[in-house]
Design a protein around this ligand. Structure first.
Ligand SMILES: Nc1ncnc2c1ncn2[C@@H]1O[C@H](COP(=O)(O)OP(=O)(O)OP(=O)(O)O)[C@@H](O)[C@H]1O
Length: 476
């Protein structure tokens, strides 16, 4: 068990020093100089009130008090929590990371909290059933995975030679303060101040109480754990703002209520942002099929890029506002372009895909995605390699054939036995029209037979009928 907290501490001290715990320092000038050259000028942004920016982009659902606006005219410390219930974060979680980043860009300090303790309890918010218990090994693996992702995304662009003040994020783990908290201490220090009436009225609890299954005492207490986290962070780290998706409202206000009752102060604030929904109204999450994972281990940068590239025209502007840091004027201009004659289809989608992929996977990830996109474009003539083909392997139908079966087989026969065409005549027809590709190169000769050199890295061939239909032939 101890290893989780050790790991979180290691992450903190790897890129911060004890100076992190000293009072907030404004961003150092190297940061401002570095960012002044970027599209979204950090210097300009840092002068604006972060709440105003978030509202303009549709990233504010509710705030606990209007006084938060005035509070944000001086540096604040903000945190967002993530329970390690999967090895990777997903697109829905990216909103929390983006809001943390906006705070940082505006001169505030950001903290990502890994819920090593809360994941053992299970947040009932938005869940119709009790969450399954996670074993220690999975929790540890998930903690490492999520911490790495946050560190990779928010740690990028930081000046590697400086310590403390220009960190874009610090990662903490709530298991550090919960692991030694006894039940008696909890009842005395927290439970005594929590009103059951208020706890029951939270939407997450009310909904579950109305359900057939009800809610366990364990999940019922979740809001107090998250509430106490806020109090602990307020007292010990000077964190005065908590953010989360709108499903976190009850847990966040549990924190501000506890702080008010126990510490008798009102200057702790909460902010929620709207949940990112698909066009069918369902939430992006890890529980849904086909989650958009942020870790390249679960979704390649190529597929991540392609997801945004394929967003519908109806959704693209909304996504540009919430998922990118592009100037709002640029987004409005793009929206205007979309309705004009001469607009090149997918221009807005390309911009969205580039910006989000760069933020999540860095310049190298974006370069990898663009390279694979180009390489896998039929007719590009780019020499294919195994890595690019791997990037699309899951999205493309495939079949396995023995090397001896494939070698010397006519391309027309192979396109039928691989399932690309139903008949040889259909294959021949497209070939004559110039629409049949082997490894992205157009094939003109009906007599073309497969040679050893056509088998990419001795493992695979890619057949394409036109731009969209592809089949992977794997060598068994
Ligand atoms: N679709 C979404 N849009 C915006 N925020 C989201 C979305 N999904 C999750 N979040 C936010 O991410 C943070 C972490 O949430 P959490 O760990 O519960 O993720 P989750 O995917 O919703 O979990 P689960 O799928 O198990 O319900 C919370 O602040 C939550 O509100």
């Amino acid at each position: 068990m101890a290893s989780i907290s050790v790991l979180a501490r290691t992450l903190i001290f790897n890129h911060s020093t004890k100076r992190f715990f000293s009072p907030f320092k404004p961003l150092s000038s190297p940061f401002l100089l570095q960012c002044a050259t970027k599209t979204t000028c950090a210097l300009q942004q840092s002068r604006r009130n972060v709440i105003e920016i978030l509202e303009e982009r549709g990233l504010v659902e509710s705030i606990t008090s209007d006084a938060l606006r005035a509070a944000c005219s001086s540096p604040v410390k903000v945190y967002c929590g993530f329970d390690p219930t999967a090895e990777s974060l997903h697109l829905g979680n990216l909103l929390g990371i983006i809001v943390l980043s906006w705070f940082h860009r505006c001169g505030h300090s950001s903290v990502a909290l890994i819920g090593g303790a809360t994941a053992r309890v299970g947040d009932p918010s938005g869940k119709s059933l009790e969450r399954p218990e996670l074993d220690a090994e999975s929790l540890e693996k998930n903690t490492v995975g999520i911490s790495n992702t946050i560190e990779r995304i928010l740690g990028r662009g930081r000046n590697p030679n400086s310590v403390g003040s220009d960190l874009s994020v610090v990662i903490l783990n709530n298991y550090d303060w919960w692991k030694e908290f006894s039940l008696l201490d909890f009842l005395k220090r927290v439970g005594r101040f929590a009103r059951v009436g208020s706890m029951i009225s939270k939407e997450s609890v009310r909904k579950r109480l109305e359900s057939e299954e009800g809610i366990s005492f364990t999940e019922f207490t979740y809001q107090l754990l998250q509430g106490y986290d806020f109090l602990h962070l307020f007292q010990n780290e000077g964190i005065n703002v908590q953010i989360g998706g709108s499903d976190q409202w009850g847990n966040i206000t549990a924190g501000t209520e506890l702080i008010r009752k126990i510490l008798h102060v009102k200057d702790a604030y909460g902010l929620t942002f709207p949940l990112l929904l698909k066009s069918d109204g369902t939430k992006f999450g890890k529980s849904e099929d086909g989650a958009i994972w942020l870790s390249p281990k679960f979704l390649s940068p190529y597929k991540f890029y392609q997801y945004f590239f394929s967003i519908t025209d109806d959704d693209v502007i909304r996504f540009l506002r919430v998922l990118t840091f592009l100037d709002i004027e640029e987004i409005v201009a793009l929206e205007g372009e979309m309705t004009k004659p001469g607009y090149v289809p997918n221009t807005a989608q390309r911009r969205l895909a580039e910006e989000v992929t760069r933020f999540v996977h860095g310049e190298e990830g974006l370069a990898e995605a663009l390279q694979a996109t180009e390489a896998l474009r039929p007719g590009s003539g780019t020499k294919l390699d195994w890595k690019s083909i791997e990037g699309i392997a899951e999205d493309v139908p495939s079949c396995s054939l023995a090397y001896e079966e494939v070698l010397n087989l006519s391309l027309v026969d192979l396109s039928v036995s691989s399932g690309l065409f139903e008949s040889k005549s259909a294959a021949r027809r497209l070939l004559k029209q110039g629409g049949l590709y082997l490894n992205n190169s157009r094939v003109d000769s009906e007599g073309k037979r497969i040679e050893a050199a056509d088998i990419v890295d001795g493992k695979v061939l890619l057949l394409s009928a036109g731009k969209k239909n592809k089949v992977l032939v794997r060598i068994a």
